[in-house]
Every structure is written in structure tokens, then in C-alpha cells.
Design a protein. Structure first.
Length: 192
């Protein structure tokens, strides 16, 4: 029996994980996000699912149940789907990657774009007026996600980016991004 193919997306804040995940979904991939578990936990605790709250809850769950807890919860959903190919976004700790690599035929895809482009996307998405205040907030989130002062159970996106199989550039237009995704899918189909 063939192992399921799981494409794992790694990117910093506003790097384009959602856009890339949606593009894979349009091509028949089942899609999951580790952050969905954190949003459910926020709802259960009657908290608003703000970025900082999600980070605190995620770090707490990883510390209490192990650094791969969110990957394990997501793998239950992956195993239930009939799709042979799945994409997972929201990977923020190397142990999450390692868990998927041990269980599935995993292809780790890093998404890169410059800090300036990511900040502009963040502003557009959040529709904020105070650029200076939002810049400081974005910088703080970016630093935390990078692994600065996070510890072993915290966010470690830079460490995850060091473990990718391939990097795609998300600096250009959608057509360029879709072309890169199509090439990756062709590669995956020949490997399986």
C-alpha cells in the first residue's frame, strides 16, 4: 500500500501559507492547518483567537503534551481522509515536521518572501491605519515565530526552514506561484 503524500508548508507570518494551501486544494489535495486545533482550543476556553493567544496556547500544549502534539492531532484527520495527497500548513516546530516525516511520505516546502512584502500583506489583510504600531507588532510576531526566546517547545520557524526539501519564492504574482506549485506536484506524482 502506498503511503499518503503529505506536503508540509513552512513560512513566517504573512509568507503565503494560506494562499499556497488553497492552490494545492484547487488541485485536489486535502488541506489541514495545525492552527485549527489552536482555534478550537480558544473557543473551548472562550478566548479570541488572536495571534498572541494562539502562540501561547500552542506553546503550552507542546510543553504539556510534547512538541509534536499538534502534528499528532492533525495526523488523525489525515488518516481519516480518502485523499492520497494532503497539504498541512501552520508548522512551527521541527518536532512537528519530524512526526510527519516518520509517518508519511512527506515533502517539506518552505515559502519565502521578503520582510517588506510580508509586512505589506499583513497591513492589507488586517486593514490597520497605524503603520508604526502595526510594524512593531509585526516585528514582535516575526521574532517570536523565528524562535527568538522560544525554547524547545516554542515556535521555531527558522529551524523548520532549515529542514525543507524545497523553497518556493512568493515574491511575484499568482501565476508565478501557481507554476511553482504545478512543478512540485508533478515531481511528487513521479516519486510516488
Amino acid at each position: 500500500m502506498k503511503k499518503k503524500i503529505v506536503v508540509v508548508l513552512v513560512a513566517p507570518i504573512a509568507g503565503g501559507k494560506g494562499v499556497v494551501s488553497n492552490n494545492f486544494a484547487k488541485r485536489g489535495f486535502a488541506t489541514f492547518s495545525l492552527s485549527d486545533h489552536l482555534r478550537k482550543e480558544c473557543k473551548k476556553r472562550k478566548l479570541k483567537p488572536k495571534t498572541e493567544t494562539l502562540r501561547i496556547i500552542g506553546n503550552g500544549l507542546r510543553k504539556k503534551y510534547g512538541a509534536s502534539v499538534l502534528a499528532k492531532k492533525t495526523s488523525i484527520l489525515i488518516d481519516k481522509t480518502k485523499a492520497e495527497m494532503t497539504v498541512v500548513d501552520g508548522i512551527r516546530n521541527p518536532n512537528e515536521l519530524l512526526y510527519f516525516q516518520q509517518k508519511y511520505h512527506t515533502y517539506v516546502l518552505g515559502i519565502k518572501s521578503s520582510f517588506g512584502i510580508r509586512f505589506q500583506r499583513h497591513l492589507n489583510y488586517r486593514k490597520r491605519k497605524s503603520i508604526q504600531k502595526e510594524f512593531l507588532r509585526f516585528q514582535k510576531i516575526n521574532s517570536a515565530e523565528s524562535g527568538i526566546n522560544q525554547g524547545a517547545h516554542g515556535l521555531q520557524i527558522n529551524a523548520c526552514l532549515n529542514l525543507v526539501d524545497e523553497i518556493i519564492n512568493n515574491e511575484d504574482d499568482m501565476k508565478s506561484l501557481e507554476k511553482q506549485i504545478d512543478e512540485i506536484i508533478k515531481k511528487l506524482q513521479t516519486q510516488n
